[in-house]
Structures are given as structure tokens and as C-alpha cells.
Design a protein around this ligand. Structure first.
Ligand SMILES: Nc1ncnc2c1ncn2[C@@H]1O[C@H](COP(=O)(O)OP(=O)(O)OP(=O)(O)O)[C@@H](O)[C@H]1O
Ligand SMILES: [Mg+2]
Length: 509
């Protein structure tokens, strides 16, 4: 049995048809066929059955080869069309071919027919396979595009030189470009040098190791800093050679901030309880020691060793008393007698400067004030806020003196007060911007922790910022630190601007 072949024959001559069938059988086919000789009959057959091939005569009493081909073209079906006829003129052959006929076989050379059929079937098969593959590819591309465009994560692909090849639409939006414009760019086109350098080093390490890495890192969008979780995967070709890196990242700023705040609160609460207990225990004996030392000092001669020892006891005793009072305020920043009042932060800045100006001048630190006069008032415990400002100035002083032990043009502390709005809440923002040493990346997360200090033993307790954090949180405010190691620190305090009524309502709840 030959290969089954479904043939639609368009011809009126039974003799011709017999010859065609005979030729096909001879060529190894088992033709299943229908014969038509009019346009309407052909239309019905094309709608009713699936055909592998159409073999048509050129001229018939009620139809023609060209008519049959035109009809086939109207259906849009991909069925090879072969004309079998007496000799016809070259122009007519050209017309057939232009209209999409597959081949023309002369009746007196019918032995060519099988060959033409074979080629036509093979080409049609290849075409249909190609179409299927293209369709599959289109569907796959659409599927991935849909996934990419709907995922909240940012996705990018870079080549092995860390040059961007493509990125998701949301990442392009962050960078204020169209997705196709990412091609050929590098991280240095979008991020500060320090950050771009870090991203590039990470890319290199991952491509060299061939291992996927999960990284928590900084990301800057529109000048604002975020924390992101990035997964970078090296991409390899068929030979196993790394050809690029695929990255996907998402914002974890809020999650991490909440986690850290919760951890810090837990830590502070437990430490606070302990500190309060110890502070009360120490307070009484230390006051006793200071009083006794004072009595001794009163009773001893000026310039005597005893007087010197007594004054030392008083000085060191005072130091202990100060630490104890810091510990207490750190434990319960709200526990003070002081009541809240409506104040202008500019006044609190100037009060704090009165206390510190002489020292700052002596150390050659220039103060630049950038004050917004018409700031709204805030409802705060003034003494607590002064304490926060005092610590900020003291930290800035220390950082400036470390960087410039002598005088220097850049030994500057700038104090800025301004208005800002975050999540629809208006705040007054005070920033202490020093051009000092900055805070190294590895200690940035720790500076708010109690007792964390990089200062030598007698220069700092490490309580300043944790107390400040407690005070500002209890006022519903925020602390933001922006810093670059070796260059600057911007320490900002944000206090909410609310009407007294609103704040009181909240407090009495
Ligand atoms: N403006 C700044 N520049 C550089 N580093 C700073 C700055 N402010 C704070 N730091 C770092 O944060 C650490 C913690 O500061 P914090 O005010 O809590 O404690 P401290 O200043 O060390 O001690 P204390 O305030 O109790 O005297 C500092 O030791 C310092 O390393
Ligand atoms: Mg300090």
C-alpha cells in the first residue's frame, strides 16, 4: 500500500484524471480523490474536506486553472497547487506562478508529476512546522512579557561586562527611560559611583563563582535611598561559559525598618528596665559620696593634695551621676516632670548653640545657619529636644575634629531647618550637616543602639543617639541619617506638625 494522498483534481477530462491517478500510484501514492469542474463544486470540497494537494487542468468548459487558483487563494488555505496541462504560453505560466501555483507539469511529461508533488508536500510540511514554531515562540514571548510586566519585582539582564542588555518596564520607569534605552548602559549611568562600583564587583564575583547570590543592599531612586533584596544569577551558554547575569530585586525598606524598630524597642525595653533599677540603686550612694567629698574639700587647705583628691572624687562622682541620669532618661524618656509646650524649633536650635558656640569657635568649627523663619511650631518637651540637638552637635564636633584636628576651610557644621511632608503628614525637619569623617558602612546600622560608640573610653558613652531615638519616637517623629564615609554626615530630626488639640486628643486616648 502506498502513502495516502488526499488529492482534489480540478479537471473535466476523465482520461486526464485517470492518467494523473495512474502516475501517482506508480510513484508510490495511494490517492483518495475528488474531482470538480466548476467553481461552486470546488468551494464545497474546500470547505468540506482537508486536501494535501490540488492538481488542476488549465482550461475547462465551465472553469479554468487560474479561476481555481484564485478561489484557493480566497480561502487562505495553504494547499500546494499544481497545474497539469498541454503546452501553455510562457506568460500564462508566469501568471500561475505569480498567483501562487507551486508548479506546472506538461501532460506529455507527466512523469515529472510525482517529483513535483513530493517537493510540494515537503515544502508545505516545512512551512507548517515553521509556522507552528513561530506561533509557539510568539506565545512563549507573550507569556514571559506578561509575567515580566505584571511582576512587582525589577528585573534586568547584563552581559559579562556588566553592560545592560534589557530590563523590565518597571525598572526602566524607575530610571526614567524606555526599556529599550537600557541597552548599552551601565550602573555608572544611573547610580552614584560608590554604589555602581559595588554592583559591578558583585556581578564579577557571581560570574566568576558561577553561583547565584542573595544580597541585601542599597538602591537609590529619584535621590531617595531604599533597601532592596537582590537575587543575581550567572547565565551560561550551551558550552557552560558565563555570558551574563540575570538580576531580580524588590524593595524591603519598610520590612527591614519595622523589623529593626521592633528589635530595638524590645532591646531598649529590657535594657531600660535594667537601667532604671540600677540607676536608682546608684543614685543615692553616689550623692552620698559627692556630699562627703564636698565636706572634705571644704575642710582642706587650698592647693593641698587632700583638696585635689577631694575635687577629683567630686568630678568623677558628677560624671557617674550624669551617666546615671542619662540612663534614667534613656529608660523612660517620657517620665520627666517637664510638660509639653508649643515651640519654634529655631529657638531650640539657638538655645543649644548658646551652650556650644564657645566650644565650637575654640575648635575652629564654622557654623552655617540655614533657617526657615516661617516654620510652624511643634508641640514638644523642649528640654528633651534640646538634649537631642546637643548630642547631634557634639557628634558633629567630634567627627569634624577627627577629620581636621587643626583649622580648615571645610571644618563646617551646617544647621538647616525646613518644612517637609511625608505620607501626607507635615513635619519640621532639622538637619545637622557636618563635613566630618562620616560613618563607615559596617557600623551604620548600629549607631542607634545603646552603648554603641566608636569614641575612646572617656569621650562617649554611646547613649546619645539611642536616647535621641527614644525621645524623637515618643514625639511621633523620625531620625534619618545620610552619610558617606570620609566625607559627611547629615543627621536629620523630623518632628510632626500637629495642632495641640489633635496631639492632646491622642495623648488622652
Ligand atoms: N556626625 C557624626 N559623624 C560621624 N559619626 C557619627 C556622627 N554621629 C554619630 N556618629 C557615630 O555614632 C556613634 C554613636 O553616637 P552616639 O551619639 O549614640 O554616642 P557617642 O557620641 O559615641 O557617645 P555619647 O553621645 O554618649 O557621648 C558615635 O560613636 C559615632 O561613631
Ligand atoms: Mg553622641
Amino acid at each position: 500500500m502506498g502513502k495516502q494522498l488526499r488529492v482534489l483534481i480540478v479537471d473535466d477530462s476523465l482520461e486526464d484524471i485517470e492518467q494523473i491517478l495512474c502516475e501517482l500510484r506508480h510513484g508510490g501514492y495511494d490517492p483518495i480523490y475528488e474531482r470538480v469542474e466548476t467553481a461552486s463544486a470546488m468551494k464545497i470540497e474546500l470547505e468540506k474536506n482537508l486536501w494535501d494537494i490540488i492538481i488542476s487542468g488549465h482550461s475547462m468548459p465551465f472553469f479554468s486553472g487560474i479561476g481555481a487558483l484564485t478561489q484557493l487563494n480566497h480561502t487562505g488555505l495553504d494547499i500546494p497547487f499544481i497545474v497539469v496541462s498541454e503546452a501553455i504560453s510562457g506568460d500564462v505560466v508566469v501568471e500561475y506562478m505569480k498567483s501562487g501555483a507551486y508548479d506546472y507539469v506538461r501532460k506529455d511529461n507527466l512523469a515529472q508529476l510525482v517529483h513535483a508533488v513530493e517537493r510540494a508536500l515537503q515544502e508545505t510540511e516545512e512551512r507548517s512546522q515553521r509556522k507552528q514554531e513561530e506561533e509557539l515562540l510568539r506565545m512563549t514571548v507573550n507569556k514571559y512579557r506578561m509575567l515580566l510586566e505584571n511582576l512587582p519585582q525589577r528585573i534586568f539582564y547584563k552581559n559579562k561586562n556588566s553592560i545592560y542588555i534589557s530590563c523590565s518596564e518597571n525598572l526602566a520607569n524607575d530610571l526614567h527611560i524606555k526599556p529599550e534605552e537600557i541597552f548599552g548602559k551601565t550602573d555608572f549611568d544611573f547610580y552614584p559611583e560608590e554604589l555602581a562600583d559595588k554592583y559591578r564587583k558583585d556581578d564579577r564575583r557571581i560570574m566568576e563563582s558561577g553561583e547565584t547570590e542573595d544580597i541585601e543592599e542599597r538602591y537609590i531612586r529619584d535621590g531617595q535611598e531604599f533597601l532592596i533584596h537582590t537575587v543575581k544569577t550567572p547565565i551560561k551558554d550551551e558550552k557552560g561559559e558565563t555570558i551574563g547575569i540575570l538580576g531580580i530585586f524588590w524593595d524591603i525598606t519598610e520590612k527591614v525598618t519595622l523589623q529593626r524598630d521592633a528589635e530595638r524597642s524590645r532591646y531598649l525595653a529590657s535594657l531600660g528596665e535594667l537601667a532604671a533599677g540600677v540607676a536608682h540603686e546608684i543614685n543615692n550612694p553616689i550623692n552620698g559620696i559627692i556630699n562627703c567629698a564636698q565636706l572634705l574639700a571644704n575642710k582642706t587647705k587650698e592647693e593641698s593634695i587632700e583638696k585635689d583628691l577631694a575635687s577629683r572624687i567630686i568630678r568623677e562622682g558628677d560624671r557617674i551621676a550624669n551617666i546615671v541620669s542619662s540612663l534614667l532618661s534613656f529608660a523612660q524618656p517620657n517620665d520627666r516632670k517637664e510638660i509639653k509646650s508649643k515651640v519654634h524649633v529655631n529657638e531650640l536650635i539657638s538655645d543649644t548653640l548658646i551652650l556650644t558656640k564657645a566650644q565650637l569657635n575654640k575648635e575652629g568649627i564654622k557654623i552655617r545657619l540655614n533657617i526657615l523663619e516661617e516654620l510652624p511650631e511643634v508641640y514638644v518637651h523642649p528640654q528633651q529636644i534640646r538634649q537631642v540637638f546637643l548630642n547631634a552637635i557634639s557628634n558633629a564636633r567630634y567627627a569634624l575634629n577627627q577629620k581636621y584636628p587643626e583649622t580648615h576651610d571645610d571644618k563646617i557644621l551646617e544647621i538647616i531647618s525646613e518644612k517637609t511632608v511625608i505620607n501626607d503628614i507635615p513635619y519640621v525637619k532639622v538637619t545637622f550637616h557636618d563635613h566630618g569623617m562620616g560613618i563607615p558602612v559596617d557600623v551604620r546600622d548600629k549607631v542607634l543602639d545603646p552603648f554603641f560608640t566608636t569614641k575612646s573610653r572617656h569621650k562617649g558613652t554611646g547613649l546619645g543617639l539611642s536616647i535621641s531615638h527614644g525621645i524623637i519616637s515618643s514625639h511621633g517623629g523620625k531620625i534619618c541619617i545620610d552619610t558617606a564615609e570620609g566625607r559627611f554626615t547629615k543627621f536629620s530630626i523630623l518632628l510632626p506638625v500637629e495642632s495641640i488639640e489633635k496631639t492632646l486628643k491622642k495623648e488622652t486616648k
